[in-house]
Design a protein around this ligand. Structure first.
Ligand code: NDP
Ligand code: 8X3
Length: 255
């Protein structure tokens, strides 16, 4: 039986690229997201291109009952999840705290923190029972530093950073690896979501330098999950060459 990887947020960006990378490694895949049409198309694409079996689970990660139902509904070998990639997440808005919108804050907290916790709470016991597993949490440079207008998004990613450290301690005795990956600027639908479909503003995020791609992050995940069993990458900060940290991007270079 092939190994099983569950990747959240595979309808776009880093999650989609990660699912492809893990299919290349020979994993059977559980892919998730809210956009059912994209999930079904992607499922067929992977099944045709690779020899992987794919289960598509369409649910909103913010809903604890939906998450539980999705994982409880897995049968037989699909429950033997070897790798969980907690990727689904988003930034909404870039307003200073005194002008922030409560609904934006709630979307970010509910998705990035509570959604990641709901997934982990349902999948981690399956891993502990088997005495093996690898959880990869997609954090951010925003989980290490803060920047103007980043306030609540940065807080959610600082929470992911702390949760990664905490779960690594909690599950040490079960042999579960936890890898926290902190990307800088990756060109995906992230900025389109953050700026609420304002494409011009979203595109400006990536102007004047070569950003990372979803595939760049997927390759690192592929590497992390391919290491010998006794080796664990705990924490990885990765940026484009043109980015020194959360606030310094050199935009005068070549694309
Ligand atoms: P995308 O917007 O391209 O992808 C986000 C994915 O998350 C989509 O598949 C989306 O699926 C899923 N998602 C969002 N909300 C929910 C929800 N409520 N329920 C289920 N799925 C959800 O962005 P990225 O690929 O860039 O983002 C992936 C992760 O990487 C996020 O956690 C983000 O914070 C992090 N990150 C991104 C960086 C960047 O510069 N792009 C840098 C550092 C970290 P659907 O809409 O179909 O539900
Ligand atoms: C995404 C990167 O710089 O927009 O996490 O916070 S940033």
């Amino acid at each position: 039986m092939k190994k099983v990887a569950l990747v959240t947020g595979t309808t776009s960006g880093i999650g989609k690229a990660t699912a492809v990378a893990l299919a290349e490694l020979g994993y059977n895949l559980i892919i998730t997201g809210r956009r059912a049409d994209r999930l079904e198309t992607f499922k067929r694409e992977i099944e045709v291109a690779y020899k992987s079996e794919v289960k598509a689970l369409c649910f909103d990660i913010r809903n604890a009952d939906e998450v539980k139902k999705a994982i409880d509904g897995l049968k037989d070998a699909w429950r033997d999840i070897d790798v969980l990639v907690n990727n689904a997440g988003l930034a909404v808005g870039l307003e200073p705290i005194q002008e922030g919108l409560l609904e934006d804050w709630e979307r970010m907290i509910d998705t990035n923190v509570k959604g990641l916790l709901y997934m982990s709470r349902n999948v981690a016991p399956l891993m502990c029972a088997r005495g093996k597993g690898h959880i990869v949490n997609i954090c951010s440079t925003a989980g290490k530093e803060v920047y103007a207008g980043g306030n609540v998004y940065c807080a959610t990613k600082h929470a992911v950073d702390a949760i990664s450290k905490g779960m690594r301690i909690d599950m040490l005795k079960y042999g579960i690896k936890v890898t926290n990956i902190c990307p800088g600027a990756v060109e995906t639908e992230f900025s389109l979501v953050r700026f609420k479909d304002d494409k011009e503003r979203a595109d400006k995020t990536y102007e004047g330098y070569k950003p990372l791609t979803g595939a760049d992050i997927a390759n690192l995940i592929k590497f992390a999950v391919s290491l010998p069993d006794h080796v664990c990458i705990n924490d990885l900060v990765v940026t484009p060459k043109a980015q020194a940290n959360a606030t310094n991007i050199f935009r005068g270079g070549q694309k």
